[in-house]
Design a protein around this ligand. Structure first.
Ligand SMILES: NC(=O)c1ccc[n+]([C@@H]2O[C@H](COP(=O)([O-])OP(=O)(O)OC[C@H]3O[C@@H](n4cnc5c(N)ncnc54)[C@H](OP(=O)(O)O)[C@@H]3O)[C@@H](O)[C@H]2O)c1
Length: 282
């Protein structure tokens, strides 16, 4: 059986794929340190492997660092996905890559669907949108998953996601400071991994929005996270306009049949509550 290649190894999503997909040894994870330097060498390495599909789990998530490292962002969000899309097209295999809610302006909507107009307002969003376009140009059969606000069990301290970080701060007696001016979607990364597999196995192509139903401000998410973990703490609402971010980037899907069949997806409260209750006795 030809292997399935996941591009990324230590990231939150790559680790969730490792946890949630049944792996009988045929799913391979390539981290940045496993790769030869040039695209030509990488191309040869992929061709030697002859994978059955490629999933790109790499990307940037730290927006502040992204603002300061435009070349790296371009490489990760545009060049790498476009390269993998081209290789997949040449090999005739499925390709899935990830994008972001930041492709939207955040103005004047309650939630954004796959067909809504994109208009990124910062460099991060522009790079993701450019990546989407480059992928679909290189490989019209590619599948692009836009997601947002990932949370889940982190392997490394540096990857701890927002709700767990808030919980740690509260447990150490610090008052978490959380933005109250941005409304977003969130998504448990294990659910994202499960949905990526569904999209990969389906014959559908193009763009999919994967996030839990409903939008909330980061402040509402933090409050709900602490309540679900049984921790009472003050939270300080802040507004720190560091650089432009979409005011409302809630994602909704108009392609639920591929992801959920006849059932409905979880609400953000259901998914976050489940996750945080895991910390109640920790
Ligand atoms: N986290 C979120 O809230 C969020 C929201 C919207 C969209 N997304 C998108 O979802 C995808 C997966 O995100 P994630 O949360 O799993 O990201 P993450 O935890 O930060 O992991 C980043 C991944 O990118 C790879 N990578 C390769 N070169 C890198 C470099 N120079 N610097 C940093 N990382 C590098 C890493 O490789 P190694 O495995 O070798 O470390 C790792 O697998 C990305 O495309 C991201 O943009 C995430």
């Amino acid at each position: 059986m030809p292997p399935l290649l996941v591009w990324g190894k230590q990231g939150l999503l790559a680790q969730a794929i490792r946890r949630t997909w049944t792996n009988d040894g045929t799913i391979l994870f390539w981290g940045r340190h496993d790769l030869p330097e040039t695209r030509e060498q990488q191309h040869r390495k992929i061709c030697r492997l002859a994978p059955s599909a490629i999933v790109n789990a790499s990307g940037f998530t730290n927006l502040r660092r992204a603002q300061a490292a435009p070349h790296l962002v371009r490489e990760l969000h545009v060049e790498t996905p476009a390269f993998l899309a081209t290789v997949s097209r040449n090999l005739g295999i499925p390709f899935v890559t990830t994008s972001s809610d930041y492709v939207f302006s955040g103005h004047g909507r309650i939630a954004w669907t796959e067909t809504d107009p994109t208009e990124p307002i910062n460099a991060y969003g522009r790079s993701k949108l450019e990546g989407e376009r480059a992928v679909l140009t290189s490989n019209p059969n590619a599948k692009i998953i836009r997601t947002a606000g990932l949370f889940g069990r982190a392997q490394a301290r540096s990857k701890i996601s927002f709700p767990e970080r808030i919980l740690q701060q509260a447990r150490f007696g610090r008052v978490p400071e959380v933005r109250s001016d941005l409304t977003t979607s969130i998504c448990h990364v294990d659910d994202l991994a499960t949905d990526i597999l569904k999209v990969l196995m389906s014959s559908s192509k193009g763009i999919f929005h994967v996030a839990h139903a409903g939008g909330a401000t980061w402040l509402q998410i933090a409050c709900y996270a602490l309540k679900s973990a049984g921790v009472s703490s003050q939270i300080k609402a802040i507004q720190t306009p560091d650089f432009p971010r979409p005011a409302c980037s809630t994602l909704a899907t108009n392609r639920p049949e591929v992801l959920y069949g006849r059932s409905r997806g979880k609400t953000w409260q259901e998914a976050l509550g489940e996750f945080m209750r895991g910390f109640c006795d920790a």
